[in-house]
Design a protein around this ligand. Structure first.
Ligand SMILES: *Cc1c(COP(=O)(O)O)cnc(C)c1O
Length: 220
C-alpha cells in the first residue's frame, strides 16, 4: 500500500485528540516529503546524525520528535531543532539539556521515558529512580517536562494492556501532584502493532513508522 493509503487508514482509526507522529527513521527524504504533502507535520527520528541530515532539508517546518536514546555528548547538536524529546531517562541527560538550552536561552520540551517492562535491552528510567529525576526536573529552568513516553515489551494483547494501563496510572498520578516544571500533557505510547490498544488505555501521542512508510530495511 502507498503512504497515502496507509495514512488514510490510520487517520480514520485514531480520534481527533490523538497526535500522530510519523516515524521516518531509516526512510528517505522523499518519503518524508510525501507524508508532508499529505499534511503530516510531526516526524520522529531516533539517531542524531540521521535527524540532522533530514533537519537540513526541512528545518522547523516540521515538528521533529526525537524518540531514540539520546547520548549526553550529542545534546549539543540538537539544541533548538527538536519540538519534543521523548527520551529523557537520566539525571545526567537532564543536566546536559539544562546546561545547553540555558546557554542558548531556549527551552527543551521533554517527555520522561519509562522502562515500564524493566527490560535491560531498553532505555528509559526504572520506576524506583523516577523520584530522583523528578526532583531534579523541578530545579530546572530550561527543561520543561510535558509528559511520559514508553516502549513496552513485546507481548500479547493482555500484556500490552497491562503495561499501557500502568503508564496511564502513573501519568494521572504525576498530573495530580502538580510538580514545578512538570506538566502531564502528552502520554506517548503505541506503535504500528499496538497503537489502537494504547489509545484505548489513554495514549494521546502515537508513534507510527512501518504502518505509514512500510517495512524498514536496515541492511542499507
Ligand atoms: C521505530 C520506533 C517506533 C515506530 O515503530 P513502528 O513499529 O515502525 O511503528 C516508535 N517508537 C520508537 C521509540 C521507535 O524507535
Amino acid at each position: 500500500m502507498s503512504i497515502a493509503e496507509n495514512l488514510d487508514k490510520i487517520r480514520e482509526s485514531i480520534p481527533e485528540y490523538v497526535n500522530l507522529v510519523a516515524v521516518s527513521k531509516t526512510k528517505p527524504i522523499a518519503d518524508i516529503k510525501e507524508a508532508y504533502d499529505l499534511g503530516i507535520r510531526d516526524f520522529g527520528e531516533n539517531k542524531v546524525q540521521e535527524f540532522l541530515t533530514k533537519y537540513e532539508k526541512f528545518g522547523n517546518d516540521i515538528r521533529w520528535h526525537f524518540i531514540g536514546h539520546l547520548q549526553v555528548n550529542k545534546v549539543k547538536y540538537i539544541v533548538g531543532k527538536v519540538f519534543l524529546i521523548h527520551s529523557l531517562d537520566s539525571v545526567k541527560l537532564l543536566k546536559e539539556l539544562e546546561k545547553r538550552y540555558s546557554k542558548e536561552n531556549l527551552y527543551a520540551n521533554a517527555l520522561i521515558e519509562i522502562n515500564i517492562g524493566r527490560e535491560e535491552s531498553k532505555s528509559g528510567i526504572l520506576l524506583e529512580n523516577l523520584d530522583e529525576l523528578l526532583k531534579e526536573c523541578e530545579n530546572c529552568n530550561n527543561v520543561k517536562i510535558k509528559g511520559l513516553m514508553t516502549v513496552i515489551p513485546i507481548g500479547d494483547e493482555e500484556s500490552n494492556k497491562k503495561y499501557f494501563s500502568q503508564m496511564k496510572n502513573l501519568f494521572e498520578k504525576l498530573k495530580s501532584m502538580n510538580l514545578k516544571n512538570i506538566e502531564m500533557k502528552y502520554l506517548s505510547m503505541g506503535m504500528t502493532g499496538d497503537y489502537k490498544t494504547a489509545i484505548s488505555k489513554g495514549a494521546n501521542v502515537v508513534r507510527i513508522g512501518q504502518g505509514i512508510f512500510g517495512k524498514r530495511d536496515y541492511s542499507k
